[in-house]
Design a protein around this ligand. Structure first.
Ligand code: ADP
Length: 289
């Protein structure tokens, strides 16, 4: 199984002909609310890709909380470890203009309150094959979870997004780093070299891999009709985690990357983030093409 310790939030998306300047009010043309957060998106992506997934995170005591919990349950992600804390759920208000330019305000809300792990969380972590984390919750919690995972033989996979300097205590227990090219550059060689497996996503170009013995490979992404690349990275990370465990999939990094690339590619063929991530049969069908 996969344990995700991470963020969950509601994206509030308004479209308008142009973005408002300071002090200005503009009339918008549409509004949607979409569950998001890298933690939840990747947990859902992994579950849809066929894994048993447990999510550890927090929602607030507002009306978004119920909907956020529901999106996990609908994807068959175990939400027993999701806590409800006082105050708002994490949100992002996103305004998109006619050219697709956006301006975004993120309020971490409950995500900043994912502090410490309960005995129940730790027990689930001990039994999991993979711990998958991102950096939208407090870094201390990610570090604690990763250290515990490492002691329990649970593989630690980290998507260090948003990129920030990783404390040595975290870096030394990460086994697999999943980055895009921007994050790769921001983290720098020193950080990447400290991790046994580094997977770098390259958009439509696919992904590359650098293994512990310096083994390098590149896997192309299937050519698809992309309509919205939102969530492609999360679909990739979740799918990769779902096939990383050698007891489930023992065919090595090339096949694992091909599986994850197919998931990322399929996610770009549909709008939205977690709702765009493909199911295992869909991924396998694309791989057979
Ligand atoms: P991020 O969104 O985090 O920057 P990428 O853009 O690198 O991540 O996309 C993640 C993965 O999704 C890629 O490795 C690739 O497999 C797939 N992908 C993204 N964009 C496309 C595309 N236009 N066509 C096919 N696959 C894509």
């Amino acid at each position: 199984s996969i344990l995700v310790v991470g963020s969950i939030n509601m994206d509030l998306v308004a479209t308008a002909p142009q973005l408002p300047t300071p002090g200005e009010t503009v009339l918008g043309t549409s509004f949607t609310t979409t569950p998001g957060g890298k933690g939840a998106n990747q947990a859902i992506a992994a579950a849809k890709a066929g894994a048993d997934v447990v999510f550890v995170g927090a929602v607030g005591d507002d009306t978004f909380a119920l909907e956020l919990r529901e999106v996990l349950v609908d994807a068959e992600v175990d939400s027993e470890h999701l806590r409800e804390v006082a105050g708002p759920s994490g949100i992002a208000t996103i305004t998109v203009d006619g050219d697709g330019q956006n301006s975004i305000v993120v309020v971490s809300g409950a995500n900043s309150r994912v502090i410490g792990l309960t005995d129940d969380d730790l027990e689930a972590l001990t039994g999991a094959d993979v711990l998958l984390c991102q950096l939208e919750i407090p870094l201390d919690t990610v570090t604690t979870a990763a250290q515990h995972a490492a002691r329990s033989n649970t593989t630690v996979m980290l998507n260090p997004s948003p990129a920030q300097t990783l404390p040595p205590a975290l870096l030394e227990v990460v086994e697999v780093l999943i980055v895009n090219e921007t994050e790769e550059e921001q983290l720098g060689e020193g950080t990447l070299d400290a991790v046994p497996h580094v997977v770098t996503t390259l958009g439509a170009t696919g992904a590359r891999y650098r293994g512990p013995d310096g083994e390098r490979l590149h896997v192309g992404s299937p050519i698809v009709d992309s309509v919205d690349t939102t969530g492609a990275g999360d679909a990739f990370a979740g799918a990769l985690a779902s096939v990383w465990n050698p007891s489930v999939w023992n065919r090595g990094p090339r096949d694992a990357l091909a599986f994850a690339c197919a998931a990322g590619a399929l996610a770009t063929t549909r709008p939205g983030a977690s709702s765009a991530s493909p199911t295992r049969p869909e991924i396998e069908a694309l791989l057979r093409k």
